[in-house]
Design a protein around this ligand. Sequence first.
Ligand SMILES: Nc1ncnc2c1ncn2[C@@H]1O[C@H](COP(=O)(O)OP(=O)(O)O)[C@@H](O)[C@H]1O
Ligand SMILES: CC(C)(COP(=O)(O)O)[C@@H](O)C(=O)NCCC(=O)O
Ligand SMILES: [K+]
Length: 285
Amino acid sequence: MEANTGESAAFVLAVDVGNTATRFGLLDGLKLSASWEFATRSRMTADETRLEIANFLTMLERDCARGIVDCPGFAPESGGGIAAGPADAILSSVVPDLTDVWVSALTIECARRPFVVGPGLKTGLKMHYNDPSEVGPDRVATLVAAREAYGYPLVVVDLGTTTNFDVLDEHGAFAGGVIAPGLALSAHALAQAAARLPVIEIKVPSSVIGKSTREAMRAGVVLGEAARIDGLVDAIEEELGCKARVIATGAHAAAVAALSERIERADESLVLRGLGMLFALNSKR
Ligand SMILES: Nc1ncnc2c1ncn2[C@@H]1O[C@H](COP(=O)(O)OP(=O)(O)O)[C@@H](O)[C@H]1O
Ligand SMILES: CC(C)(COP(=O)(O)O)[C@@H](O)C(=O)NCCC(=O)O
Ligand SMILES: [K+]
């Protein structure tokens, strides 16, 4: 097998393994041309993982041919597609049990080892965490893209399995952050702990004073999340000693951004774009 020489292929496959969802991105340089998401399973064989990669690439070829995805170089008729690549990949996994299986599958599918975000990979980000190896690689990739797009000081609120806040200080360094239960997790915790509380769908309630069990729970979970974000952002700014821009990302970003006073906008593809930037940074000689 070829070693990863840093000689770049035309396309880079980015993989973001989250606790709830796994995302693929097809990167054409720093441009995210296409993405695809599927539910993370707690156990997957290397063969099943290869199948997910193959499915994504096959679907991309079809979508390019149909003009659904605008990535001309990936279309088989222009010499792109599966036969031509991608020969390079970069992985972020916050599920340690799945990391090895993804590395094996990507190594086989791309014929060289993928870059893995973690200790040893250049990020260009100064980390003020007691043990920087503790920081989730998704947070690192998110911040790399967010810093480029929005500058600093900055707070990125990632509304996924957890609601985590990633803070860039006035020098653009990772100052640390906050990890709180995510929206679905909060809703499930309520249902699990109290016999009369149902599992609710995450939706914005029509009023903060709930007139039914479900509406009251939605106020607690969804409106509560927005209030928590606004309150914590104020506290973060106080501790930083300066004002910061606030961007939301993750599955629930758009819904919560609309409810928050402090979130300026939702930007869902930060992790995948950050992976593209990290790939570029590390494949340069
Ligand atoms: N197919 C799905 N299955 C379960 N949860 C989903 C699904 N699609 C969206 N969600 C919601 O998205 C959240 C996960 O968001 P995401 O940003 O993908 O997180 P992660 O990066 O942690 O996997 C879940 O907590 C849930 O509320
Ligand atoms: C904070 C996280 C659980 C977020 O994961 P996600 O919600 O995206 O699945 C993940 O980044 C993680 O496991 N981090 C390690 C702990 C830390 O960053 O301090
Ligand atoms: K998250």
